[in-house]
Design a protein around this ligand. Sequence first.
Ligand code: ATR
Length: 452
Amino acid sequence: LFLSLFDLDISDKHLTQVDGIEFRLDLFSEINLKKLQKAVTSSPIPILFTLRKGSEGGNFFGSEQERETLIRKLLALKPAFFDLEYNMDPYFIKEQIEDHPDVKFIISYHNFSSTPLDFEKIYQKMLLFKANRYKIATLTSSTNETLSLLLFSKKHPNLSIIPMGEKGSFGRILSLTLENKLHYTYLSSKKHSAPGQISLEDLLNIYRYPKLNTNTKLYGLIGDPVTQSVGHLYHNDVFTKKNHNALYVKMPVSQEELQDFFPLAKKIGFQGLSVTMPLKESVLKFIDNLDPLTQQIQAANTLSLKEDFIYGTNTDGCGALDALEQHIPIQGKTLVILGAGGASKAIAFEAKKRGAILYIVNRTLKKAQDLAKRLEGKALSDIPQVYDILINTSPISPCIDKILPSAFVMDITYVPEKTPFLKKALMSGAKVIYGKEMFTRQADLQSKFWGF
Ligand code: ATR
């Protein structure tokens, strides 16, 4: 793991947290060879020099001849590693590799607009140079593309894949579980050097670096979007506290991508997945075994991948009702659920099991009717006059004027903690149950389903 820096300011603390320092010399305000020499000789960990040209996403805008001249001077300082782009003059690259046997060369390829279909050919071309490592850094357009790239790098020990962008970020974390790969990080207090890069603070505090290795068990969240979820904070924290060698990442996956996602996830070695909107229903056709209640709900939020078998369950209902029952017993109470999607169904079935009287209120009345019919409940187009509990499962925060002060009111949304809906409930004098209370309970049940 290299910490990318844009100046010579290295703290002793960081020297113990990473394996090497990358000086992004193209981003330095000045290149002082004497100071660089001192930094190279005094550093207890390897130094990597990179002088990236503008066309490869760097900040060096001089001529190629000027860059080659400067690279020769920099190589004379004998850094442990030097990065050269694969599309430089091949004679120059070969000469530098031959003339500097003490320097480990990284031959790199960058594409900030896409991952080319022929990246395997590009890798073959890179292999013409006898380098220590090869690096392909590309913008990935989907989670599936990121997973395919990682599988490719798994087959090629000297090749590191640096997926860039929103759909590649999780791949940078996953690749920490692969052997012999290069990784790059930045300090959150400073600017970051590439799109999708994960900060050193997050790698250490959330993702359990440097404890990740080839034995790390992989878990993740799929859905679209996934940015709002705090699942990665919760599950990685559980792994840390229980000392499990496991990792949880968030992957944006759309309905159309699901078909290709599962074979890739199995090949990469995922053992468990959380599922969020809009996939809770569309994952069903990929599940081999559903427990009876989830079968009835027809929506799953938790998957366990074992060999060729996928098990599915739904922890939303229990999570919500367990949270609720911390405040009020449900048996015999009138419960109004706003919304009739996957989360609503999970909560409604569990509430029925625990003896609640159900009212389903939904924008599309037909969906509320279908659900209510299955649970001997009532479908309504508006909130009834009298009720004990009101739960919002819709993604919007409904603006309701008259919330009963005697009611217990819950929102399954947990960001922000006080949704406008809950604020209204508080103003009405109702008792409030925050979405976070449901989230932690359903996540805890997921953890148990995965055997933690
Ligand atoms: P999930 O599966 O996570 O529960 P969902 O399937 O998108 O999410 O369901 C969300 C529920 O919120 C749906 O019942 C939806 O109403 P429709 O059945 O009419 O689609 C409801 N919902 C979504 N957006 C809404 C909006 N802007 N106003 C009112 N209800 C909305």
